[in-house]
Design a protein around this ligand. Structure first.
Ligand SMILES: [Zn+2]
Ligand SMILES: [Zn+2]
Ligand SMILES: [Zn+2]
Length: 109
């Protein structure tokens, strides 16, 4: 274990695999900076889900993003890697009774 040698509160702490609050915050800040830089420099290819993550909301990127979300949900659902009775499982497409109920409950809120 690298405990003690991890530079907490930096992006590299996160890269080392640390998920403490300080490292997570640093990671978020650095991701935000990357995202902004990419978006401003136009250094990304439209029609890719990653471009949507960078903040582009053009039609091509939106379509790529929703297609990738759909594929992701389908994969989760097919692999059975979901917990039933959760609204998120309902959004993954599970229509079992407990997921439908959870989905309806989440919408009612
Ligand atoms: Zn840390
Ligand atoms: Zn775009
Ligand atoms: Zn279910």
């Amino acid at each position: 274990m690298l405990e003690g040698r991890i530079p907490h509160g930096t992006n590299s702490g996160y890269t080392y695999g640390c998920r403490c609050d300080a490292c997570r915050a640093a990671k978020r800040v650095s991701w935000e900076a990357t995202r902004k830089r990419r978006l401003e420099s136009g250094d990304f290819i439209h029609g890719r889900p990653s471009s949507y993550c960078y903040g582009c909301r053009c039609d091509a990127c939106r379509a790529a993003w929703s297609a990738s979300m759909k594929a992701y949900r389908k994969r989760r659902l097919e692999s059975g890697d979901i917990i039933h009775g959760r609204a998120s499982s309902y959004s993954y497409g599970c229509r079992c009774r407990s997921c439908v109920q959870a989905g309806a409950l989440a919408r009612a809120r």
